[in-house]
Each structure stands twice: as C-alpha cells, then as structure tokens.
Ligand binder design. Structure first.
Ligand code: NDP
Length: 352
C-alpha cells in the first residue's frame, strides 16, 4: 500500500514515514519546501527507488492544497500542524492551520480519492487533558491538596482550552492556544466523518510529550521541535535547580508513536477509535538523573533531588496508554533508553 504522511519533515512524521517504510509500505511525504523533501529522499534512499517520494504542500490553510497529494494513495497519516507554545501572538495562528489542515485534507480526499481506506490523525493528549475541570493534585510545583490522582482515558476531552481561548482572545496562554488547536482539529475530524459518512474510516493517535532520537532536518537544537527542545535545555545546562521539581507532562517514545500510526492504519479494530500512547510522567528531575548517569561529561546539569521520581509521580495525573498497548500491540520503550538515544542524536548534530 501507498501512504501519504503529511508534514513529513517534522520530528514525529519523519519517524512515522520511516516506520511505514520499514513495514514495507510506499510513502509519499508532504513537505513545505523542496530542500526538506530532498533531505528526506536522501535519508530514505536505502528504502528503494519506489520507497519514498515527496510532494510540496506549502500552506495547509489554502483550499484544495492537498488535491494532488492525496491522489493514488491507500491511506493517510496526517501530522502537519503547528506545534509551539511560546510566543504565541494569536491563538488563531495555531487553530486555523490545525482545523483547515484537517478538513482541507479530508475534502481533497472526497474529491480526488474514492478508493482511500483510512485516515489517521495525530491529535494529542492535550485534546484530553484538562487541569481545570479535571485537576491534577500537583502542578507547576504547587501542591493543590486535592485527593485523587486523575487518570485520563480516551473517553475524556479537554474542556478548558477552547473556553479559555474564547474568553482571552489574543491574551490566551500559549499552552491553551495549542491545546485548543488540537481539540478543535480533532473534533472537526470526527464531525466530518459523522456528517459526510465517507467510505474511508478514521482513527486518532493522542500522544503526550513525544521524545526520542531526531532524524529530521533542523537548524538548531532549540528549533528542533517543541518537545525535544524541552529536554535539550536541561542537557545544555540552561536550567537551574529550582526548575527541577516542576512536572512536565506524560511522555512517550517517538518510535512507539510512529509504530502506533502504522498499526492504527492496519488494525480493523482501530476504526473510529482514539488511542492514547503514553508511558508515564516526566519531571525535569528525571532528565537530570539520566543525564548525570549516562552523560556525566555534560557540565551545568542541575543535581536537584535524584531518584525521587516515584514519590513525585504519585502526585501527578496519568494518561492511560493501555488501549494502544492492547489493540495496537505497542510495547512502550523505557525512559532511560529514550533519553540516551535522544541525547546521542542531538550530540551527533550539535555541540553542547
Ligand atoms: P514538528 O514541529 O517537528 O512538525 C510539525 C510539522 O507540521 C512539520 O512538518 C511542519 O512543517 C508542519 N507544519 C506546521 N505548521 C504548518 C503549516 N502552517 N502549514 C503546513 N505545515 C505545517 O512537530 P512534531 O513532530 O512534534 O508534531 C507533529 C504532530 O504531532 C503535530 O500534529 C503535533 O500537534 C502532534 N503532537 C506532537 C507532540 C509532541 O510532543 N511532539 C505531542 C502530541 C501531538 P515544517 O517542517 O516545514 O515546519
């Protein structure tokens, strides 16, 4: 089968393209520039001449922009969407490409590909997680003294982000702006399926913070992508002792997420389902513990309170990744291995 992977130049999508190629599929990647396409063509050159090709899709908010890209493929993994939470000037800069990228893609499929079988959309745990309506006991270093530890499942929806953005407009918090983009894009996806009743079916993959080795092109470690950059600042000694207790988020290895996309397209039982892919919670302290153990030469990595993960972990919300393990057969990669691979891949490219 032939799979379109949108936003193939990104951190997760490049791994997703690789996972499809390794599973024997042909892959077409959509990218915003020829240079990014050529980088990937070189990266995947060993997958054979008809293994990987790319198509230019520069602006996912434009009508009909996926018209050519969807022709002739059997399924689509849709990952192109803006992901940043710092310096968000207008929440619509995230929301519009997220929604229109999704609905525009689906309209192009309806118009130009009657044989398509399935669409997998990369949503997010942030379409699920809602700290105000389902609060964690502990957030950003503050114990709120609440009783139970929420475990989010695929039944939950983030009910905080969209009202926040509606109320705050340009003053919205970046985290909520990005979360709202994921909620609205995923809801638009399910609504399209409900309204249009297409011949293909849909699946979403909802990962928390995705980490692991990088294989995509990036000019600097801070611009690598948002989730890996959040690790890099610890590895590069840019964080201080006082930053360590703050919880970050649930996490999962990038190769596990990539494989989840492959399995989500293959599994008959996956049709119409959401899948959280998650393997625990990460604190800045956890990064520092692995960095001290496995990269002892790195200077300026704070020490903090080593080996306190279990104690801290009791106080944070979890994401239940068991459905993806069961239905998609995902065996989650351990944290230390994930961080070591991520650190090595960054040090192969950048000096720090
Ligand atoms: P990246 O920033 O590495 O990748 C994003 C991809 O989307 C890139 O290919 C980028 O193109 C493309 N893109 C962004 N904005 C636009 C736009 N306006 N028009 C066209 N293309 C655009 O991020 P990730 O790999 O981390 O994220 C991939 C997907 O996974 C996103 O949907 C994200 O929301 C989701 N996700 C990510 C998580 C994480 O922790 N990383 C967690 C949960 C979900 P270009 O390379 O040209 O910039």
């Amino acid at each position: 089968d032939y799979i379109l992977v949108t936003g193939a130049s990104g951190f997760i999508a490049s791994h997703t393209a690789l996972a499809f190629l390794n599973a024997g599929y042909r892959v077409r990647g959509s990218v915003r520039s020829e240079a990014k396409g050529e980088y990937l063509a070189k990266l995947f050159a060993d997958k054979g001449e008809s293994g990987f090709d790319y198509v230019l899709v520069d602006d996912i908010t434009k009508d009909g922009v996926f018209d050519e890209a969807v022709k002739g493929v059997d399924a689509v993994a849709h990952l192109a969407s803006p992901f940043y939470i710092l310096d968000v000037k207008d929440p619509q800069d995230l929301i519009q490409p997220a929604i229109k990228g999704t609905t525009g893609l689906l309209k192009s499929i309806q118009k130009n590909n009657p044989n398509l079988k399935r669409v997998v959309v990369t949503s997010s745990s942030l379409a699920i997680y809602c700290m105000e309506s389902k609060p964690p006991t502990y957030h950003f270093g503050l114990s709120l003294g609440l009783r139970s530890r929420p475990s989010y499942t695929e039944k939950d929806w983030n009910e905080d982000a969209v009202p926040h953005v509606e109320k705050m407009g340009l003053g919205s918090v970046g985290f909520h702006s990005y979360s709202a983009s994921k909620v609205l894009a995923e809801k638009a996806f399910w609504k399209f399926i409900e309204d249009e009743k297409p011949s293909w079916d849909g699946v979403t993959v909802n990962p928390p913070l995705v980490i692991g080795p990088i294989i995509h092109e990036c000019e600097s470690p801070l611009k690598v992508n948002t989730s890996v950059a959040m690790f890099y600042v610890f590895a590069a000694g840019m964080k201080k002792e006082e930053d360590l207790p703050a919880p970050y988020h649930g996490w999962v290895n990038v190769s596990d997420v990539a494989l989840a996309h492959v399995r989500a397209l293959e599994s008959p039982e996956a049709a119409g389902e959401r899948f959280i892919t998650a393997n625990g919670f990460v604190f800045g302290q956890d990064y520092c513990d692995v960095l001290h153990k496995r990269f002892p030469d790195l200077p300026n990595v704070p020490v903090g309170q080593p080996d306190t993960h279990e104690e801290r972990n009791k106080q944070v919300p979890t994401f239940d990744g068991s459905k993806a393990a069961k239905v998609l057969g995902i065996k989650y990669t351990p944290f230390e291995e994930t961080v070591v691979d991520m650190g090595n891949s960054l040090r192969e490219r950048f000096t720090f």
